[in-house]
Design a protein around this ligand. Structure first.
Ligand SMILES: [Zn+2]
Length: 462
């Protein structure tokens, strides 16, 4: 089943349209006209009164925003075993990768489908899967059916890691990456993009990292990798002659406007300057950092990165990290965690938080010229939030209400590439109850096969 497509679509009399345009206009009683998958007009409903369309959506109770981008979102094994890790388990990474490696093609198709349902129903229109997907061929149909924009890559390493990751001799890692880019970049009418995805600086040799960056440049695409710094990391790198993890990347030519560093905890001011000067971008996962007791408010430097003009996207990371796939909740966390940790209410205002999920985030992922704001000519990726709900009352400042009151549950309609993917709270590409049962089954089988086992609860389950 394909999402419903109308050649022309009009959202009429929207209560508010948050355009994220150059002036950041918030249009009251607004209208948006979509033609052939692109935004044709945006303005006051009265100005667009004469514009007719194949389908008109009544926006009287709606707040309309650009679609959200999700800059770091592992989509594979975790949906099948979400919530299995107790809070006191420490780092579950060895088990995470064991489970990930054990996924079959059929299982990954189903867990991906469930991930996509959760993503689109919570407003993600474009996400980066940082190299989790093992079977893109099998998942292609799911991306197509969900209508979402997806950024994929082949996860590669050539060094020993403390957990099982795909490891190859450097030449093979380069060949695999090159083949992946050629095969996938631009598929699904441009909705699928392929990036270069070394797992991290620590699990790849300097030569491999340099070759991979060259490949990203040649293909005019992006490179992303897991990246953190901090006092200990800086000391370790200094022992090997680099001032910091960021200086190390810089020395290899690994920073640049087509490099998106993921997580980015613990960087100091010098490292922020290096990133800003090179134009590198970042994808930060505020809920993962907070839940993982990473000291996000201090070690995350989101306010400083934003102040230096570094483009930052937010991510939900994984169903066993954040553990939700609701970017609005990540945005809420980003807006409140720095205020609290640093006792400064001025940090990351609601408007800045919303920019991270829309225009700024889209630029961080290299798609800012296509999506991220409601400007004429851009691809029609829009969200309609239903204000006829208690959490939206009373409504004076729609940005504050969106960031501080609402979550994905009030998302009424999702439009991607001009296609209505979620229509009045319902998607039509998969039978959800059947899929839920299937994924539960997959989880049980996966745990039995891998021997991964944890007490189900700290409380007796009778
Ligand atoms: Zn990751």
């Amino acid at each position: 089943m394909r999402p419903m497509t109308a050649q022309t679509l009009k959202i009429d009399h929207a209560r508010y349209v948050l355009t994220l345009d150059a002036q950041r206009r918030i249009i009251q009683d607004g209208a948006v006209l979509i033609e052939n998958g692109r935004i044709a007009r945006v303005g006051k409903a009265a100005e667009l009164a004469s514009a007719s369309a194949d389908r008109v959506i009544d926006g009287r109770h709606m707040v309309v925003t650009p679609g959200f981008v999700n800059g770091h979102m592992h989509i594979s094994y975790a949906h099948a075993v979400r919530g299995i890790f107790p809070d006191d388990v420490g780092s579950p990474l060895p088990q995470v990768f064991k489970l990930q490696m054990a996924m079959t093609e059929e299982e990954e198709y189903h867990t991906t489908l469930l991930g996509l349902v959760e993503l689109v129903k919570n407003g993600t229109v474009c996400f980066v899967d940082p190299g989790s997907t093992k079977y893109p061929d099998a998942c292609l149909q799911a991306y197509e059916d969900a209508g979402i924009r997806v950024i994929l890559g082949e996860c590669v390493t050539d060094r020993e890691a403390p957990f099982p990751l795909p490891r190859y001799p450097a030449a093979e890692a380069i060949d695999k990456t090159s083949a992946f880019l050629k095969r996938w970049n631009g598929r699904l009418n441009g909705r699928l993009r392929a990036w270069v995805m070394p797992f991290s600086a620590e699990t790849c040799s300097a030569d491999l990292l340099k070759s991979l960056k060259r490949l990203a440049d040649e293909h005019r695409t992006f490179l992303t990798l897991h990246f953190n710094s901090g006092v200990k990391a800086r000391a370790d790198y200094q022992e090997h002659g680099a001032g910091s993890p960021t200086a190390y990347l810089d020395s290899l030519g690994l920073l640049g406007p087509n490099v998106c560093l993921a997580h980015v905890l613990g960087i100091d001011d010098i490292e922020i300057d290096l990133m800003a000067r090179a134009g590198s971008t970042a994808a930060m996962c505020p809920v993962t950092a907070a839940k993982g007791a990473r000291g996000a408010g201090q070690l995350g430097r989101l306010p400083e990165l934003v102040a230096k003009g570094v483009k930052v996207a937010l991510g939900c990371d994984s169903p066993n990290n954040s553990n939700h796939l609701d970017i609005l909740r990540a945005l809420n966390m980003a807006a409140i965690q720095y205020k609290d940790a640093r006792q400064d209410m001025k940090l990351i205002p609601a408007e800045t938080a919303l920019e991270l999920a829309t225009l700024t985030g889209a630029h961080a992922l290299g798609v800012g010229d296509e999506i991220g704001s409601l400007d004429v000519g851009k691809k029609a990726d829009l969200l309609l939030f239903d204000t006829q709900r208690p959490e939206w009352q009373a409504l004076f400042n729609p940005v504050n209400n969106l960031v501080y009151n609402a979550d994905g549950r009030s998302l009424h309609t999702v439009i991607i590439d001009g296609r209505v993917v979620v229509d009045a709270y319902k998607q039509s590409f998969v039978d959800e109850p059947r899929l839920y049962a299937k994924v539960q089954e997959i989880g049980e089988s996966l745990l039995a096969r891998t021997g991964v086992s944890h007490p189900r609860s700290r409380w007796p389950m009778v």
